[in-house]
Design a protein around this ligand. Sequence first.
Ligand SMILES: Cc1cc2nc3c(=O)[nH]c(=O)nc-3n(C[C@H](O)[C@H](O)[C@H](O)COP(=O)(O)O)c2cc1C
Length: 416
Amino acid sequence: MQALRRWLSLLRNWCLGDQMTRSILLIIGGGIAAYKSLELIRELKKRGIGVKAILTKAGEQFVTPLAVGALTGEKVYQDLFSLTDETEMGHIELSRAADLVVVAPATADLLAKMATGLANDLASTTLLATDKNVLAAPAMNVRMWHHAATQRNIKQLKSDGVAFVGPGEGEMACGEYGLGRLAEPLEIAAAIDALLAPDDLPLKGKHVLITAGPTREPIDPVRYISNQSSGKQGYAIAEAAVRLGAQVTLVSGPVSLPIPPGAGMIPVQTAEEMLKAVEQSLPADIAIFTAAVADWRVASVAGEKIKKRSDGKPPTLSLAENPDILRSIATRKNGRPKLVVGFAAETENVITHAQEKLTKKGCDLIVANDVSEEQGVFGGDANTVHLVSKSGVENWPKLSKAEVATRLMQKLSEMA
Ligand SMILES: Cc1cc2nc3c(=O)[nH]c(=O)nc-3n(C[C@H](O)[C@H](O)[C@H](O)COP(=O)(O)O)c2cc1C
């Protein structure tokens, strides 16, 4: 009871406290993804986070000081040797006035300067002078990212305590494909939120990865196989984890729910996309798999809409098994999250099946729920769950999904 009261007080202080006064110094480097820093500023302002920005000389080639200034509502700092800037707010003061320094996009050049301690312009001097935590969101061409020099710099910076978000994998502006894309503004904002959370929140500094919703496996360009998962339980867990100070990545299939404030979101459609997004989001301290992943996909997706046949015969769909996301993460040799939690939706013998799943998948905890029609779990707001682990079964009463989420995250934060 005392522990619960402490939690409530921590949460209240955080929610009602000084959120409006949280502020960051955003350093915008000269990368093609610099335009996304504008979206990031808007997202941070929505969260009540103040933003002062430094625009590098190269950054100015991609976004204008006018746009950055209009969105931050603040002066934009560009020149180390500006007498006016120095009299208003010197570079040392600028480096320490904010609660966190964020470099987005972090160019290969800025990362190299940070790793070697160069200080030959306003951005690099500020980064060397700061006494605050630094978060870097790298963005560059795939070959620049994989270059031994960049990887050496990243390793050095990680050991110096610099936090990273991204980069992601995908199509690049230069037409190549691979790792090096700037993390999405929502993901960066979630990482910032987590780093700004008060130190005494129980999941501060922890990365919680959550999957939610159904997957959608295409049959042809207009049809798909899916299921009735609403995503409500996973989204509620994401909210609870954010409230406890975690950096949250939510990998979600198609649902009609708003993105939980403070969570980073990766939208996916298919099971294969979900696995890839999960793998790219590692490392994580806790991984919670609530998504209702389709067991099968259509082996060969038709390129055109399948037409009705004149002989009245229906088409034959041959299915292929989808990857087992929970098992593949829970049994990883390298980079397994400390806690791997699976959800089991069962319509009969709920506990027995959950115990079998616990062993078969190699996870630490199974949250089992009865999704038979009379329970109304799919799409509903309540859930009756049983926590199955090697040490036994905990039966929880019927609770709202929000309450299940809060209790589960409290429990996991004590175990993590
Ligand atoms: C069109 C164009 C796009 C660029 N995109 C990137 C990029 O995405 N990432 C990167 O590290 N460098 C990129 N560069 C190179 C940087 O602009 C260059 O290294 C510059 O010196 C970085 O300066 P800064 O780190 O002070 O911002 C790009 C250059 C050009 C001309």
